[in-house]
Design a protein around this ligand. Sequence first.
Ligand code: FAD
Length: 59
Amino acid sequence: MPVAAPEMHLPKRVAVIGAGIAGLTVAHELARRGYLVSIYEANAEAGDFFRSTRRAASR
Ligand SMILES: Cc1cc2nc3c(=O)[nH]c(=O)nc-3n(C[C@H](O)[C@H](O)[C@H](O)COP(=O)(O)OP(=O)(O)OC[C@H]3O[C@@H](n4cnc5c(N)ncnc54)[C@H](O)[C@@H]3O)c2cc1C
């Protein structure tokens, strides 16, 4: 009788480095597909360049 590979029963986990537009987008899409996503961001806030453009626009 065939035995299933152990990894077939593990949740799909992904680490995303950087919470800029690209990182947040891929994290969102993978989460929708059932992946368990962890985002690692060097800054205190997410968004990076997008966040800086919003600050400049609000002045
Ligand atoms: C001057 C300028 C003007 C622009 N104007 C436009 C425009 O008008 N329209 C447009 O569509 N695009 C524009 N762009 C391009 C757009 O800003 C970028 O394409 C977009 O921000 C890239 O997003 P990103 O998520 O790839 O990178 P980023 O927004 O740079 O995010 C990367 C994130 O990863 C984090 N990070 C990096 N390394 C690590 C690490 N080792 N560990 C943890 N975190 C890490 C950073 O802190 C950052 O938060 C412009 C870019 C520049 C520089």
